[in-house]
Design a protein around this ligand. Structure first.
Ligand code: PRX
Length: 650
């Protein structure tokens, strides 16, 4: 289906699904009035939500908004780790499972809140022992093992700012993020497991830290002797040794100001340099905690299975800070959905009696391809609510999820949000909102969203435009680390005092929002955000490449795939080997998620007479669309040549 056809199908979707009476009756939120009251007085709404946290000192005022900078819960003092762990140990939740960890086949571990507190506190002592101070940045490069959330919470406990780098990133990408954050300490593992194979994290880390501010590296032993690593005398310390020698007494949580930074998380933008998105302590925690109760309808006996990796925002928010701040039980899985077999998620969901499942459309499309038999093999009757995130979900994938995983019983919450927003912004409250397959429905209470035209005017129903957020919200990013100018320009540069997420959206006649995807040079591959400029800079760093232009084109499973158009330097001949080499080169510079699906060599790139690459044309070629006006091109024959070449590829 062409993108135009896909869009038409999406916008003509007319099926609706109302919450079942049985779900509605048990839902945390059953009164639609919550939307209106939060809209009338957002500060009162958020102030009430913030009371769900435990404060060392109450805040004096709710919000100070000096666009583009917001402060929330001013004057308050609290600690995120205390809220996620310690406070639950003082209640009936003390011996409740906080984290259920499922490793690659053979391993599993359950940490109760009490056990988690002891681990976090030992790690907090260890970090202090190694000289980490309040406000210091700690980079964490770990696989999906319990030491990852433990490390994050230990940082939060002592007031250090963590910067988690997804374990799939390359040494170079890790290095860039360490340097940008100016981290003195790195926490990594000897290696990780992925489909029974070893992922060499320590080897990447060794390469990454050379000539950076990193003074100490903590190494978690995950794989053991098989990883074959060496420890650098004076720099590397074993996690297990640190934990064994740490005091066992409780570590007193550092009282943090509401606005103190909790973490940085790097994400891609429209330039080659990733942005360190900065989140605050109280605002972020209030936002994520609220969404657990509103969007995910979390109850004390829920088992929340979030399939995201903690290296991305979904994992930060819905595997760590959201569920734990709400005293929930999360299931954390180390491996991939098809190892040892394609029913791995369903096996885990059944094993632990998951009640809520949160995953990505790209995974659902993959499950569809594999066939329903893998789901049907398992008893999924414990599930009561399903969620999706990361990219627009096509109605067929939504229906498949509804039918085979939700067994036509579970509401689906399609949650639109971003690294920058901290938590779900547009999503149905599952007991209240009638859903439509493919629509994230409407903003959650307390969030003010609009769809506007080029001049910033609201579009009428039946029209599309720029998605914007018109009022500040507690979990909004505070800045871009070390680059407030970029923060201003990227998010508040187009419309004064109004946040621009970079997505296009359509408003239907019922006021439902349909997210249409990115409107900037960011590609969404399998729910991962990748900047075209990042891939282009990786490509031009290769000695054979003179110039590169990268676009996203639609892909059946990944949502979007990367196509690179490359011109080679004089005297270099194109070959299949060079294609393989260039793809590998991108993997080494960024990571496997940025590997181009296809690379096309071209003598020239289509450019305007002023020398600007015409990406729109490249996108048209990539999508196999009829090419429109090419009169502004310096050399129109370039397009014909590319089209012919692209066809040959197929
Ligand atoms: O384009 C939107 C898409 O993912 C982008 C945010 O990416 P990231 O910061 O990596 O966070 C992903 C997980 C929260 C958005 O700008 N996106 C995310 N969720 C949805 C979505 N697009 C459509 N529908 C969604 N539910």
């Amino acid at each position: 289906m062409s993108p135009k056809e896909q869009l038409d199908t999406l916008l003509h979707e007319s099926r609706t699904f109302s919450p079942a009476e049985s779900f509605r009756q048990q839902a945390n939120f059953q009164d639609e009035g919550i939307y209106e009251s939060a809209l009338q007085d957002p500060e009162a709404f958020w102030s009430a939500q913030a009371q769900e946290l435990t404060w060392f000192e109450d805040f004096e005022s709710v919000c100070n908004w000096e666009p583009p900078h917001a402060q929330w819960f001013i004057g308050g003092k609290l600690n995120a780790a205390y809220n996620c762990v310690d406070r639950h140990t003082l209640t009936h939740r003390k011996n409740k499972a906080a984290i259920i960890w499922e490793g690659e086949p053979g391993d599993s571990r359950v940490l109760t809140y009490d056990m988690l507190r002891r681990e976090v506190d030992k790690a907090a002592y260890a970090l202090r022992e190694l000289g980490v101070q309040k406000g210091d940045r700690v980079t964490i490069y770990l696989p999906m093992v319990p030491e990852l959330p433990i490390s994050m919470l230990a940082c939060a406990k002592i007031g250090a700012i963590h910067s988690v780098v997804f374990g799939g990133f390359s040494a170079q990408a890790l290095r860039d993020r360490i340097i940008d954050a100016d981290s003195k300490l790195l926490i990594t593992a000897d290696a990780g497991w992925r489909r029974g194979k070893i992922v060499p994290l320590k080897a990447n880390a060794d390469e990454a830290v050379v000539d950076t501010p990193i003074e100490k590296v903590i190494v978690v032993e995950r794989v053991g002797a098989e990883a074959g690593i060496t420890l650098h005398e004076g720099r590397d310390v074993r996690w297990q040794d640190l934990m064994a020698s740490a005091p066992t007494s409780p570590y007193p949580a550092e009282p943090m100001d509401s606005e103190d930074y909790l973490f940085l998380l790097y994400t891609s933008g429209t330039t080659g340099k990733p942005k360190g998105i900065v989140h605050s302590t109280a605002g972020y925690l209030t936002g994520v905690n609220t969404s657990m109760r509103t969007v995910f309808d979390l109850k004390d006996n829920d088992v929340f299975f979030c399939t995201a990796d903690i290296g991305w925002i979904t994992g930060h928010t819905y595997l760590v800070y959201g569920p734990l701040s709400a005293g929930g039980t999360v299931v954390m899985y180390e491996g991939s959905p098809d190892f040892p077999d394609r029913d791995r998620y369903w096996e885990i969901a059944e094993k632990y009696g998951a009640t809520i499942l949160y995953t990505a459309p790209t995974s659902i499309r993959m499950f569809m391809k594999w066939g329903s038999q893998y789901v049907e093999k398992h008893d999924l009757s414990s599930l009561r609510l399903l969620g999706t995130v990361g990219e627009p979900i096509n109605p067929e994938a939504w229906m498949w999820y509804h039918k085979y995983v939700g067994q036509e019983r579970c509401p689906i919450v399609d949650t639109w949000w971003q690294t920058e927003t901290g938590c779900a912004m547009i999503a149905p409250l599952p007991g209240l909102i009638t859903t439509k397959p493919g629509s994230a429905t409407r903003p959650v209470p307390g969030i003010a969203v609009d769809i506007v035209d080029e001049d910033g005017n609201s579009v009428p129903p039946g029209h599309g435009g720029y998605l914007v957020i018109t009022k500040p919200w507690p979990s909004m990013l505070r800045t871009v680390w070390g680059d407030d100018e970029r923060f201003r320009n990227t998010y508040f540069g187009k419309f004064e005092g109004i946040y621009l997420p970079g997505d296009g959206a359509h408003l239907d006649e019922d006021g439902y929002i349909w997210i249409l995807g990115r409107i900037d040079d960011v590609i969404n591959v399998s729910g991962h955000r990748i900047g075209t400029a990042e891939v282009e800079s990786a490509l031009v760093a290769h000695p054979a490449v003179a110039e590169a232009a990268v676009i996203g084109r639609s892909h059946e499973v990944k949502g979007q795939a990367i196509t690179a158009f490359v011109t080679l330097r004089e005297g270099i001949a194109s070959s299949d080997d060079l294609v393989t080499e260039l793809k590998q080169h991108v993997v080494e510079r960024i990571g496997a998620m940025a590997r181009p699906e296809e690379i096309l060599f071209t003598a020239e790139l289509p450019k305007t007479r002023s020398g600007k690459i015409m990406r729109r044309l490249l996108r048209d070629i990539g999508e196999g669309r009829v090419i429109g006006d090419t009169t502004t091109l310096a050399d129109p024959s370039v397009v014909e040549a590319l089209k012919a070449q692209y066809k040959d590829q197929d």
